[in-house]
Design a binder for this molecule. Structure first.
Ligand SMILES: Nc1ncnc2c1ncn2[C@@H]1O[C@H](COP(=O)(O)OP(=O)(O)O)[C@@H](O)[C@H]1O
Ligand SMILES: [Mg+2]
Length: 250
């Protein structure tokens, strides 16, 4: 499906602020349109078309992600998922660390059953141009803040980095993201992140080792990192490697 088929032509995005601002993230603002819909809008005018195509594709494969209701230019209108994020649920003690790790592992395993859409091309404004594709859809930002625990089960948000790739890379990237929090010694969540990382690596059937260098390189070159985040990446990757080796050589 070409982006032209999914982005209604001639439909201008709403010019005014369309509703209460839910969050203003690094690259996009999310507005609540009503109880059932949100608008995610890129501030820099990035074309949301390729992301929309992947979102529709994974939903066609019954993957738990918001349904795209409308899309035009940098705007995506999608169904609003209700519930705490997995991160909030962890913080509130509503889910155990082992339970959260299992949620992440299951979401990875299910996503990596979705074959790459044949027509999909990496958009020219995607952050990681040098990365080659792969056989399955990957999210590349699947951390607890991007998972919402709805009554119907967990759902995955924030498909900005999604593309085609390998399961190993997606698992490695999640591991590095969690490890960055773990190695931030002064951080409030360092201990919990370390335990979550161990549980995630234990429950995942896919080893991140072959893709760990690539994942660390992507994190090191990711634009829009907070001050200090980039410096954590080498130690984070080293922690993942040590933990995997400990798990596989008991
Ligand atoms: N479909 C949705 N349903 C409910 N909340 C959403 C939805 N999309 C985004 N949000 C809210 O907006 C926040 C930021 O959205 P996200 O897509 O993760 O963008 P980013 O992390 O780039 O700012 C989410 O953590 C969530 O709280
Ligand atoms: Mg997010």
């Amino acid at each position: 499906m070409a982006p032209a088929d999914v982005v209604p032509q001639g439909e201008a995005p709403p010019a005014e602020v369309p509703g209460p601002l839910l969050t203003s993230g690094t690259s996009a603002d999310v507005y609540a349109l009503d109880d059932g819909r949100v608008l995610r809008r890129y501030r820099e005018g990035r074309d949301a078309g390729p992301e929309v195509e992947l979102l529709r594709h994974v939903r066609q494969h019954a993957y738990p992600a918001p349904e795209v209701l409308d899309a035009a230019g940098s705007d995506i209108v999608m169904t609003r998922l209700h519930g705490p994020t997995l991160l909030q649920a962890l913080g509130a003690g509503e889910i155990s660390i082992a339970g959260a790790a299992q949620v992440l592992t299951d979401l990875h395993a299910r996503l990596h059953l979705v074959p790459s859409p044949r027509s999909w091309q990496v958009p020219s404004d995607h952050d990681w141009q040098t990365l080659s594709g792969g056989p399955v859809v990957v999210h590349l930002d699947l951390h607890p803040g991007n998972v919402i625990l709805t009554e119907a089960g967990p759902g995955v948000l924030d498909w900005a980095n999604a593309r085609t790739g390998t399961a190993e890379l997606d698992v490695a990237l999640t591991a590095v993201l969690i490890a960055e929090v773990a190695v931030d010694a002064g951080g409030d969540y360092s201990q919990a992140a370390r335990a979550l990382l161990a549980a995630f690596l234990h429950s995942s059937q896919v080893s991140p080792l072959t893709a760990l260098d690539d994942a660390a390189a992507l994190r090191s070159t990711a634009p829009l990192l907070l001050p200090g985040e980039r410096e954590l990446v080498p130690a984070a990757a080293a922690l993942v490697r040590t933990m995997v080796e400990l798990t596989s050589n008991p």
